[in-house]
Design a protein around this ligand. Structure first.
Ligand code: PGA
Length: 243
């Protein structure tokens, strides 16, 4: 039984004060959410501590937006899995297309991050997805398969989440058509070879398309950027119905 993971990726948004204000509105809106889904927030590193305190007693889990592979060392600007564990972090996003694009993250680095996360008891959310050019050239399957093979090498595929995020759908308002998102999510599960693998879709998920996305047989949750920044819209997404 695959339990969907609904995760809000706040990216570089939200001070601690903003995050507290968000939770004041959000927590009551999800107090009656069915327990058949996981609710996750990935705040900036600076808000993890504040949120960790505030979500005690709720069903909300925390994710980091990245994680380094070493426990400590001379890695300016990085955060280690050991540090994240101090704040009861459950998940770590790795391989998001933004660090891939802006900081030239490679599949090899992403793999090291994912393996280290698992070694410390964190569940990596490994993001994969093709660019618009790659899709125009019909290369999406080859690109995603390579990201999967290299990014997941030597990981425990029973203890991770894969997020299919077509780059052309991120922050653009252009959602991937739900049938196509479903097809790719199914292929990813087949390539990984783990029938219980949780595969999320991400890219312009919003209150108006969540129910349709979650009614798809191979989509086990969503990774939400922009629409996770307002308590009402993220609560609507968390409270999806797939009947
Ligand atoms: P978006 O971002 O929902 O704003 O498109 C998704 C993501 O980057 O994870």
């Amino acid at each position: 039984m695959r339990k969907p993971v609904i995760a809000g990726n706040w990216k570089m948004h939200m001070t601690c004060a903003d995050a507290l204000q968000f939770l004041d509105s959000f927590v009551p809106l999800v107090s009656g959410t069915p327990t058949d889904r996981h609710i996750v927030i990935a705040p900036p590193f600076t808000a993890l501590s504040t949120l960790a305190e505030k979500i005690k007693g709720t069903s909300i889990k925390l994710s980091s937006q990245n994680v380094h592979w070493e426990d400590q060392g001379a890695y300016t600007a990085e955060v280690s899995p050991k540090m994240l564990m101090e704040f009861n972090t459950t998940y770590s996003i790795v391989g998001h297309s933004e660090p891939r694009k802006y900081f030239s993250e490679s599949d090899e680095q992403i793999n090291r991050r994912a393996r280290s996360a698992q070694a410390h008891g964190l569940i990596p959310i490994v993001c994969v997805g093709e660019s618009d050019h790659q899709r125009e050239r019909g290369e999406e399957e080859r690109v995603i398969r390579r990201q999967i093979e290299q990014g997941l090498e030597d990981t425990d595929t029973n203890k991770l989440v894969v997020a299919y995020e077509p780059i052309w759908a991120i922050g653009t308002g252009k959602t991937c058509e739900s049938k196509e998102a479903n097809r790719i999510c199914g292929l990813i599960r087949k390539w990984v070879g783990t029938s219980d693998l949780i595969v999320q879709y991400g890219g312009s998920v919003k209150p108006s398309n969540i129910d349709e996305l979650m009614s798809m047989s191979d989509i086990d949750g969503v990774l939400v950027g922009g629409a996770s920044l307002q308590p009402e819209s993220f609560a609507r997404i968390v409270n999806y119905t797939n009947q």
